[in-house]
Design a protein around this ligand. Structure first.
Ligand code: GLN
Length: 242
């Protein structure tokens, strides 16, 4: 088995509300199972061969931070697109999610071009802000699960053709009852918090997809997730008054 290669986009710029915890979860869950994993950091002007990356991760960032990195991201469009077409999977949080769409327009009307790989676009009107805990129901590995997180975004994301899940509590894409984007290979979501420690099934889903690229399709070794299960259940009960 060769190592899973996890590309971490702009770790020094795009990292809000514990987003880097998602990287730690990938590292730990692979280490506990004896699966080799390499983290490849990619920031502005770094040379990275995306054709060698299995999972691409990008966290969120405030408007200012997105303004700092978006041109570098766009300069990599062809490489990223080609790697995605060849099977690279992506986990994108908030600001990262937004910039894989057509554009992000801030409250002053300034537009940051996105990669345009997906057709959705994001506009911040300066009045609406989605802040707080969020709970979402989604499908994961053929199972309906409830996930919890934290959102904080001014941008509202429109025309998401394939929403990831249904909002049970909180706001999501544009307060229309749906959250995120998922097409079976790329997951874009507003869920910070960070996402994976609170919802480790999502991490395992990505690990499985990365291993499947190497033809490895056996079930992953079980990990005792009872603490994060309890924490998530507690939040679900609190938010949904279950
Ligand atoms: N700047 C973007 C917004 O406010 C993204 C914020 C984030 O990544 N949390 O919509």
């Amino acid at each position: 088995m060769r190592p899973i290669r996890l590309g971490w986009m702009y770790p020094d710029i795009m990292d809000l509300y514990g987003d880097r915890g998602n990287i730690q979860v990938f590292e730990k869950r692979c280490e506990w199972r004896g699966i080799p994993l390499e983290v490849v950091k990619c920031s502005i002007n770094d040379v990275v061969d995306f054709s060698t990356i299995d999972i691409l991760f990008m966290g969120g960032g405030a408007d200012r931070e997105q303004g700092v990195m978006y041109q570098d991201l766009i300069s990599r469009k062809e490489d990223i697109k080609k790697a995605m077409d060849d099977g690279m999977v992506c986990l994108l949080i908030c600001g990262g999610y937004q910039l894989f769409g057509k554009y992000y327009e801030d409250a002053d009307g300034k537009r940051l071009e996105g990669l345009g790989i997906f057709e959705y676009y994001t506009v911040a009107d300066g009045r609406t802000r989605s802040i707080g805990n969020i709970a979402v129901e989604c499908e994961c590995d053929g199972e309906t699960i409830q996930v919890v997180g934290f959102e904080n975004h001014g941008g509202q994301t429109y025309e998401v053709s394939k929403p990831w899940g249904k909002v049970l509590f909180g706001h999501g894409n544009e307060k229309n009852g749906y959250e995120g984007y998922y097409d079976g290979k790329t997951l874009g979501t507003y869920m910070h918090g960070p996402l994976l420690p609170k919802n480790p099934k999502i991490a395992d889903h990505f690990i499985k997809m990365a291993l499947a690229r190497q033809g490895i399709t056996e079930e992953l070794q079980e990990i005792n997730d009872s603490l994060s299960d309890q924490a998530r259940e507690y939040m679900l009960q609190r938010l949904l008054k279950k």
